[in-house]
Design a protein around this ligand. Sequence first.
Ligand code: PLP
Length: 387
Amino acid sequence: MIFLDAAATTPVRREVLEAMWPYLSGEFGNPSSHHTLGEAAASALADARAAVATALGCRSGELTFTSGGTEADNLAVKGIALARQAADPALNRVVISAVEHPAVEESARYLERFHGFSVDVVRVDSTGLVAPAALAAVLRPETALVSIMYANNEVGTIQPVAELAGLARARGIPFHTDAVQAAGWLPLDVKALGVDALSISGHKLGAPKGCGVLFVRGRTRIEPLMHGGGQERGRRSGTENVAGAVGLATALALALAQAAQPQTADRVTVLRDGFIRDVLAAVPGAVLTGHPARRLPSVASFCFPGTSGESVLLELERQAVVCSSGSACAAGSDAPSPVLTAMGFEPEVAQTAVRFSFDSTVTGTDLAAAAEAVRTAVGSVRTLGRS
Ligand code: PLP
């Protein structure tokens, strides 16, 4: 099988599993317990937090471990907006981009439905980019929070986060970024990015599903979503997933060490560009989606007019190439991707989307075979009229 769906999830890395194993077995303590086992768990959690803090260039106390990217996004968007509204009821607007993951979009819609917020959606251009001027145009004195993703999960477009965060910060508005897809490929130094909050998910990086982390800068107030025993400095109650936190910290450190070597990202970028060229040459009418240059090294996404994305996926899987039609959350649905329609694609074209995403171990041989499989798959779907 050629697995080209790393943006959906990745296998757990051996080093990660080995780092986690003690906390799933002998060192199984509850970090809140005041005995040796509990203290060992608390110390592992503190070490994991310190390792993530080093990776992000922040303080340990600015990190909250969560159950994944979705929870980190929910906590950031709802938690910061609600805390600001509680301090000043006039702060009742949130800004998101038109291409956010549902974890951010639906959190904003929840604030609208139940807490009297208005949601301002910043448009993107045909490559999925948010123009700083477009963000500036929607910022108001009542804006409680801006949330714009670092890199898009369907098309890989990378936003100018530092510039966008600077615009919000100049007006005293906290800026959150969903860095779930960026982590492992792009710099994550929160000071250089100038963000006030940033979300990461473990399973996109070689840690298990069900672990994530949220950075929230210094004194930014945040209302917890989980109430209980006051773990995670009161920001997220519930017995901590010690092994998950250790796994996430290990995976993040490994991924950043790899990404720091220019040859890794450069090698994958060259392979990605070769794959894009091969697919565009082999499939008449194929359209690359997303920004041609400002895109994750790991994502190549296309529309194949005259097909349906789901039919192409089935044909590809028959040829042992596994990928997806957009985001993993929308898998199995023939509905056009809201990300692509926001970028100006007609619904009939958006519904033909296929995303190929890879990790740093991808090879040229696999991608050459995958490009040939795409040619055959699209050809057969078009011939059979299965659109
Ligand atoms: N944000 C983005 C950009 C994602 O791609 C994903 C997962 O696909 C998430 C958030 C949700 O992360 P998790 O699966 O850990 O809940």
